[in-house]
Write a protein that binds this ligand. Structure first.
Ligand code: IPD
Length: 263
């Protein structure tokens, strides 16, 4: 059982501590929206504060592990086999706009493999957690991907490239192919939660390209441990290196991959 394990205690403890301050900061955003300077500096500060808390707490629990942090980059640990991959606030744009859909994402990598993952939305208090070989959980419930087998009944989530990000026309081509044959497409703006929602069977599939390791490390394991399939856009296993992700329940993954491949 993953819940209650030593790792779970370390990871949930760190996330809960960072979340307390993050929730207070999020509460300030509404007032800051109207100020002329805008809330971006405030959000960067909130991001850094959360990252520092997570690092400090995880170091207390596992002093020798290294880190790959969204804000501070790579930090080598004495233990070269283990590192934490962390996004303190995934969904920063949502946070900035006062949209309560963002998450703390913590993945634990051992050698080339992700062996534990946590995605926590402090506003809804939904804590998604998985350990390799021990299943995926939402709070204390076991997770299972959806059982839908027909793309026509399926909800597929994605991420849309924005200003300064390449691939706008390639995205539109893929979207057109997907939207024509599915029950709907969603773009919520937090990749770690998109993957957690696939694990929870809320979405039947999710794809996005060009993500960063800290957006997806934890979510990849959540999907796998909930019985889902995950690959890059060619069907390979380069997700962490390329940032390209196609994840879905086992019945939908093949057909979704087929739609997304450029011929
Ligand atoms: C972003 C979110 C978003 C995705 C972007 C990411 P950030 O992460 O995960 O859903 O579409 O590509 O950059 O910047 O909020 O940590």
């Amino acid at each position: 059982m993953a819940l209650g394990s030593a790792l779970w205690t370390v990871m949930t403890g760190a996330a809960s501590k960072a979340a307390r301050t993050m929730k207070r900061d999020f509460g300030e955003i509404e007032q800051l929206q109207v100020s002329r300077k805008g809330p971006s500096d405030f959000v960067s500060a909130a991001d850094l504060k959360a990252e520092k808390t997570l690092r400090t707490e995880l170091e207390k629990g596992r002093p020798k592990f290294g880190f790959l942090l969204e804000e501070s980059g790579e930090i080598q640990g004495a233990d070269k086999r283990h590192r934490w991959i962390i996004d303190p606030i995934d969904g920063t744009t949502n946070f900035l706009h006062g949209i309560p859909h963002f998450a703390i994402s913590i993945g634990l990598q051992m050698d080339e493999e992700i062996i534990a993952g946590l995605v926590y939305n402090p506003v809804t208090n939904e804590m998604f957690y998985a350990e390799k070989g021990k299943g995926a959980f939402l709070n204390d419930h076991r997770l299972r991907v959806s059982a839908r087998s027909d793309l026509g009944d399926s909800i597929i989530a994605t991420g849309i490239p924005f200003r300064g990000i390449p691939g706008h026309s390639s995205f539109l081509n893929r979207l057109e192919r997907v939207m024509k044959v599915t029950a709907g497409v969603r773009r919520m703006g937090t990749a770690s939660l998109d993957l957690a929602y696939v694990a929870a069977g809320r979405y039947d599939g999710f794809w996005e390209v060009g993500l960063k390791p800290w957006d997806i490390a934890a979510g990849l394991l959540l999907v796998q441990e909930a019985g889902g399939f995950i690959s890059d856009i060619e069907g390979g296993r380069t997700m962490l290196a390329t940032g390209d992700v196609v994840s879905a329940n086992p019945r939908i993954h093949g057909p979704l991959l087929g739609l997304l491949k450029d011929n």
